[in-house]
Every structure is written in structure tokens, then in C-alpha cells.
Design a protein around this ligand. Structure first.
Ligand code: ATP
Length: 319
């Protein structure tokens, strides 16, 4: 193996740059050349390669976003697109490719692997909805960004005796919502994984008030329902007057937390070491803090579950 390429794909996530840096520096440490692919699979199809040296990844470990840019590529979903990408990799003399992204990106990675190209996945998405790893790169930062906002809203909720509904990111999964709910001491959590019961929520709000608590905080994952739809239901059915905040894209940006910078560094380095050892078609991850490899296909075939223990905590600690 002589030349390793790296690309970022899907939604950007804080820590992707730290992972790029780790792939590049580990490659150079192992006397391999490193190459960046711009704009994910789109750039791969078009052969947008850039040489990466140890200094081209200097000063990026704490930068949010991705210096390689990211994209969603419809062309890569076609046989022709995958063939073109395969040709570009061979033509550029690349021997291994590290793909940083979510499970969608790994479906794409699998296509290249099935054509016989050595690929390895690095899970980078704020949603944490990728099986085969305890956490994905960017999740911890997104949770902390959301938590900072929720703590500020809690101040206002408590000063004005108000009910607040905060919508956090998570189209398919409630990992961010659950983590934020536990860490902020929220009264109620609405996630796509669990059926929503307006009656249960109203009972909870009623009990909370009976116990003398005058403000409440509901965390809702965007994939379950919008905060404004929930507000309307509460208003129409039970007359509750809630304030709504949608956190949106601020959760995707920013400097990675120390946890994400370390996780990304470990995963990037481990990905290159694994490629050198001939381990392909797999995704790097951490299981109980130890580095682990799982087949790429597991990232979309196995649904990662919310922790029942944490779900119970929201219920138990919000009395
Ligand atoms: P995030 O979780 O941040 O959304 P993701 O990697 O899951 O990240 P997707 O938009 O689902 O993001 O996928 C990224 C890209 O991967 C797609 O734009 C497409 O180019 C490629 N991809 C997804 N599914 C497939 C597939 N079945 N075959 C080939 N390529 C795919």
C-alpha cells in the first residue's frame, strides 16, 4: 500500500477535520502518501483529488465543518457513478479509501468495496444513529451545543413559570434528544423511537404542577414531530401555553469537544492501521471505549437502540 485517500460525505459534523488530520498524519507516519477527495462522492466521480501533507492538516483539529467539503451525490447512487469513481481511484494510484460519514455514506462505500476497492468507514454524524459504535464523531459536540441553549432557556422558563418546548436535531433517531433530556433534567422527552401519547404528557404536566413545580421543559427530536405541532396540540387539547424554540443548524457547527477531538483522532488513526493490515469493507468504532471493527453493512442493517436505562432516567428523575 502506497497511497491512502480520505473523503467526507453526508452532513458535516464537528470532529471531521480532526479525523482527516489523523488519517493524513498516520498515513505519513507509516510512510504512505495521503490524498484528499473534495466534496464527497461527487468529487470522487469527478476526480477532484488534492495532495495532503502533514502541514496541510495543521491547525484544523479544533475547526468545525470539513476542509474537504461534503456533499450528497445522486450520481453515486447509480452503477455508472460507482464505476466512474472506481476508475478515478485506480487512475490516481490510490490503494485505500477512508470514508467519513453516516450510514448512507457507508452504503455508498459498500458499493466500491463490492467492486473490489479497499475501503474503510469512519462514523461521522451528529445523529449517533450508526450501529457498531458507542458514539459517532460529532454527537458529543452537538449534545453540548444543544445543552448550552437549553440551560439558558431553563433560566427563562423558571423565572417566568413557563412551559418550554425545545426541538433538537434527529430526523430518524432520538439520541441527541435523549442525551440532552437527561443532562438538562427535562420533564419530558419525545423521540421517533417511542409512540407519543398526548394524554401521558398532559398527565405528567399536571402532576408536575400539583407538586408545586411551576415550569417545565419538553425536549422533542425533530423526527418525532415539530415543536410547533406539539405546542398546538397542547394548546388545543389542554390549554397549555408553551414557548417553542427550534435549535436547528447551530447543532451541526462549532469546534469539537475534547471528547470528539479525541474520538476522531483515535478513529482516523485506527482506520489507517486497519487498511494497512488488509481489513477492508469495515467501519471503525468504539465498543465500551475500545477500538472495534464491524462490517459496513451492519451500520444500516442493525438499528441502534436508545439506552433503556437513560430513557428510564428521564422518567425517574423528573418527578
Ligand atoms: P448523515 O447521517 O449526516 O445524513 P449520511 O452519510 O447518512 O450522513 P446520506 O445523505 O444518507 O448521509 O448519504 C450520503 C451519500 O452517500 C449520498 O448522497 C449518496 O451519494 C451516498 N449513498 C447513500 N445511499 C447510497 C446507496 N444506496 N448507494 C450508493 N450511494 C449511496
Amino acid at each position: 500500500m502506497k497511497r491512502v485517500a480520505v473523503l467526507t460525505s453526508g452532513g458535516d459534523a464537528p470532529g471531521m477535520n480532526a479525523a482527516i488530520r489523523a488519517v493524513v498524519r498516520t498515513s505519513i507516519y507509516r510512510r504512505l502518501e495521503a490524498v484528499g477527495v473534495m466534496k464527497g462522492f461527487e468529487g470522487l466521480i469527478d476526480g477532484e483529488f488534492v495532495p495532503l501533507t502533514r502541514s496541510s492538516v495543521g491547525g484544523i483539529i479544533h475547526r468545525g465543518g470539513t476542509i474537504l467539503k461534503t456533499a450528497r451525490s445522486e450520481r453515486f447512487k447509480t452503477e455508472e457513478g460507482v464505476n466512474r469513481a472506481f476508475f478515478q481511484l485506480k487512475n490516481a494510484g490510490i490503494d485505500g479509501l477512508a470514508i467519513i460519514g453516516g450510514d448512507g455514506s457507508f452504503r455508498g462505500a459498500q458499493k466500491l468495496y463490492e467492486k473490489g476497492f479497499p475501503v474503510i468507514g469512519i462514523p461521522g454524524t451528529i445523529d449517533n444513529d450508526v450501529a457498531g459504535t458507542d458514539e459517532t464523531i460529532g454527537f458529543d459536540t452537538a449534545v453540548n451545543t444543544a445543552l448550552e441553549a437549553v440551560k439558558k432557556l431553563r433560566d427563562t422558563a423558571s423565572s417566568h413559570d413557563r412551559l418550554f418546548i425545545v426541538e433538537v436535531m434527529g430526523r430518524e433517531a432520538g439520541f441527541i434528544a435523549l442525551e440532552v433530556a437527561v443532562a438538562s433534567g427535562a420533564e419530558y422527552l419525545v423521540v421517533p423511537e417511542l409512540p407519543f401519547s398526548l394524554g401521558k404528557l398532559c398527565d405528567k404536566l399536571h402532576d408536575t404542577r400539583e407538586r408545586g413545580k411551576t415550569h417545565s421543559l419538553i425536549i422533542v427530536a425533530e423526527g418525532a414531530m415539530s415543536a410547533s405541532a406539539l405546542r398546538a396540540q397542547l394548546q388545543d387539547t389542554a390549554g397549555y401555553d408553551a414557548r417553542v424554540t427550534v435549535l436547528g443548524y447551530i447543532q451541526r457547527g462549532g469546534s469539537p469537544t475534547s471528547f470528539d477531538a479525541v474520538l476522531a483522532s483515535r478513529m482516523g488513526a485506527f482506520a489507517v492501521e486497519s487498511l494497512i493490515e488488509g481489513k477492508h469493507g469495515v467501519m471503525v468504532g468504539t465498543m465500551a471505549h475500545q477500538m472495534a471493527l464491524t462490517p459496513l453493512a451492519e451500520s444500516w442493517q442493525t438499528k441502534k437502540r436508545l439506552s433503556p436505562e437513560k430513557l428510564e432516567l428521564v422518567e425517574k428523575l423528573s418527578i
